[in-house]
Design a binder for this molecule. Structure first.
Ligand SMILES: C[S@@+](CC[C@H](N)C(=O)[O-])C[C@H]1O[C@@H](n2cnc3c(N)ncnc32)[C@H](O)[C@@H]1O
Length: 243
């Protein structure tokens, strides 16, 4: 497949060939499982806890395993006015841990149906870990929009040093907990609570360089001082500044 990229700085169009990649599956989980999907809800098992969360991609109504839906601990229901809330069906802990290979993550049900982890990202963690290990030298990683640190923990475990940037103090604290739970607190990690765009601009001025930059930006977000991040308005400029 031929792709192209327009560099505003250099005023050139760069064409490059890519191989068509097959979608990679995060199928090496032991502590996380999708049990069933129906009626716009996904039934997932996180360790011993079963949660049902909305997913707009689930457009069919038939349950494949109706009995499994009787075991639910909590359901996230969307409200008609926007947002939503958790409905707790069975006694369950406020927070618990799950493992992915040698990594340990803290899970808790939060607003916006979040649990603090995107399990489908595990396939990317494995990819990063392999890249870092096979580089056979020290790799410096910049993790932007780093959330609860799934990628941070993975890269640290592979031997990289990581600069973790997120605008949310709460998420950064959670990422620190995940680093600790995985026994990686002595590894070289810097946690920065800041707006990604501001931080990247500062790093460019300081001529700080990285071997790898990870980012999983939201469609809309806020920096630490309320700076607006809008994917379609900001992503091009940010990527341009980073090479
Ligand atoms: C969807 S999460 C990223 C998920 C993460 N990559 C993972 O797999 O765990 C988006 C994160 O971006 C952060 N964020 C949003 N706008 C930001 C901004 N302008 N600067 C820094 N962080 C921002 C949010 O606090 C949130 O933690």
């Amino acid at each position: 497949m031929i792709k192209y990229y327009y560099s505003r700085k250099r005023r050139i169009v760069v064409f490059f060939y890519t191989t068509v990649n097959k979608m990679k599956l995060a199928n090496e989980w032991k502590d996380y499982k999708i049990l069933d999907m129906a009626k716009g809800q996904k039934l997932e098992k996180w360790g011993e806890i079963i949660l049902s969360r909305p997913d707009p991609q689930i457009i069919w109504n038939e349950k494949t395993f109706p009995n499994k839906w009787k075991e639910i601990n909590a359901i996230y229901n969307r409200s008609k006015t926007g947002g939503g809330s958790w409905n707790f069906k069975k006694k369950m802990p406020n927070q618990w841990q799950i493992k992915y290979k040698n990594l340990t993550f803290n899970i808790k049900p939060m607003g916006f149906k979040h649990t603090g982890l995107f399990p489908e990202q595990a396939v990317n963690w494995d990819w990063m870990i392999n890249k870092i290990k096979s580089a056979k030298r020290e790799i410096k990683v910049l993790n932007l929009f780093a959330y609860t640190g799934g990628a941070t923990v993975s890269c640290l475990s592979a031997g990289a040093s990581v600069c973790h940037v997120d605008s949310s103090k709460g998420m950064t604290l959670w990422a620190k907990e995940n680093v600790q739970s995985s026994g990686l607190e002595k590894k070289p990690v810097r946690f920065i609570v800041d707006d990604v765009v501001k931080f990247v601009n500062r790093e460019i001025r300081r001529n700080n360089k990285y071997d790898a930059i990870i980012m999983d930006p939201p469609s809309y977000g806020r920096g630490a001082k309320g700076e607006v991040w809008q994917f379609e308005n900001n992503i091009y400029e940010l990527v341009e500044r980073m090479h």
